[in-house]
Write a new protein. Structure first.
Length: 408
């Protein structure tokens, strides 16, 4: 991620970050584009749109594939009539959180600046990032300077739409008459509901990069995981195993001018870390039984969804081969994987059905769950099925799954 210097610099045109011109910023943003929701180019480590096939002579730089299509209006998600699946899937469109249950879809938030949703383990709440605009004042080379800020907060909202969003922690910083912010991204609540895994440079962004941390909703404190990184690239994509004993995350790296993300394993009890993959993988998602990991594989040809052995990291199956699919999430049933897919310039949600026992699955059918809906490419979807609708419990049920309300 971007290491902030002691002197603060004017904000870029993007709504969520401070970008200092003429530095190493462009390749850094390419590495962590999926972490910064403002970076909707979805270039995923390659400095370009890697999953759009090139074709010469279209007058648009050769990166648009398929027919020219117009996405649905910002307040509309078009659901395919064949979109049948158990439970509910959460995603983001036009900066708002949406929940889809089969062919029924509803909008939960309306700020227009929301991203990165995830379910609470009991399905009662959806946690996400909301960005708030504010006039900022900070010292630059010893002189006060004004900025247009858009600072992040971790929010939660009832998944059934019965209540208003609630703020759990804000990245806003106040120091006397000055105000600034720290990053906090990708909140994922642990299965027992005791803490969030996030990536953040809080509480003091002058002293750290955006790295893996744990946020306690009771104390409202951030605690670094203390794992190594490649400065200033940091981490992204935390993902809990269903028993809460292991956490996956991505350690961002570089290989020359290209990104080299590696999926890492964090043992919660011992705090030991080991690599699951070599370079080129991100967006890990555990299978319900914890034996397998769905992930995004990046290459010069684009991005595809694959399944890895949860112990060795070996590739077991390719779910897609179109070079423009990413951000997988397992069905809690274990028999399907949903993911984002790009066609032309429009992002939609697809689902691949899996038949047979792992690791010898066959992809029976890929269903388009949304059509020309223009989903947020930087917000990974999440999937929840109530426990009483699951065939058998694959892991011990967590003792608790919803954090308490924050204090005043």
């Amino acid at each position: 991620m971007i290491r902030r210097a002691a002197a603060r610099w004017p904000r870029s045109g993007g709504p969520l970050g401070t970008v200092r011109s003429g530095t190493f910023v462009a390749p850094i943003l390419a590495v962590v584009g999926l972490l910064l929701v403002a970076i909707v180019t979805v270039n995923l480590l390659n400095g370009e749109v890697p999953f759009a096939a090139r074709s010469g002579g279209n007058g648009n730089g050769g990166v648009i594939v398929g027919p020219n299509r117009t996405p649905a209006p910002s307040n509309v998600v078009i659901v395919e009539p064949e979109a049948t699946f158990p439970g509910s899937i959460v995603y983001v469109k036009s900066g708002n959180v949406w929940v889809q249950s089969g062919t029924n879809v509803r909008q939960l938030t309306e700020s227009g600046r929301d991203s990165m949703p995830s379910w609470s383990p009991d399905g009662r709440f959806i946690h996400y990032i909301e960005s708030t605009s504010e006039d900022g004042l900070w010292l630059v080379n010893g002189s006060p300077r004004r900025f247009d800020l858009l600072y992040p907060s971790v929010m939660r909202v009832p998944a059934d739409g019965s209540g208003r969003p609630e703020r759990l922690i804000s990245g806003r910083i106040e120091r006397g008459r000055y105000n600034w912010f720290f990053w906090i991204r990708q909140p994922v609540l642990s299965p027992d509901g005791s803490r969030f895994a996030v990536v953040s440079d809080g509480p003091d962004p002058d002293k750290t990069d955006v790295v893996l941390q744990f946020f306690d909703p009771k104390t409202r404190k951030l605690t670094p995981a203390g794992v190594q990184q490649t400065p200033p690239l940091g981490h992204q994509d935390p993902a809990w195993r269903a028993d809460g004993k292991r956490l996956l995350y991505v350690r961002n790296g570089r290989d020359g001018a290209r990104g080299a993300p590696v999926i890492m394993r964090y043992d919660v009890a011992t705090k030991k870390v080991s690599p699951l993959t070599g370079p080129g993988y991100l967006h890990p998602a555990f299978s319900p039984d914890g034996r397998y990991v769905a992930a995004t594989r990046t290459s010069t040809f684009g991005t595809d969804v694959v399944v890895l052995d949860g112990g060795t990291g070996r590739e077991l199956a390719s779910i897609t081969n179109d070079g423009r699919s990413w951000a997988p999430v397992w069905s809690p049933m274990g028999d399907a994987i949903a993911f984002l897919n790009l066609e032309g310039q429009i992002v939609d949600l697809r689902m691949a059905g899996l038949q047979g026992p792992g690791p010898s699955w066959t992809v029976t059918r890929t269903t388009q769950l949304t059509e020309v809906s223009g989903l947020d490419p930087a917000s990974k979807p999440g999937w929840f099925i109530p426990p009483d609708e699951l065939p058998v419990p694959l892991v011990p049920s967590p003792a608790a799954s919803t954090p308490p309300s924050p204090g005043p």
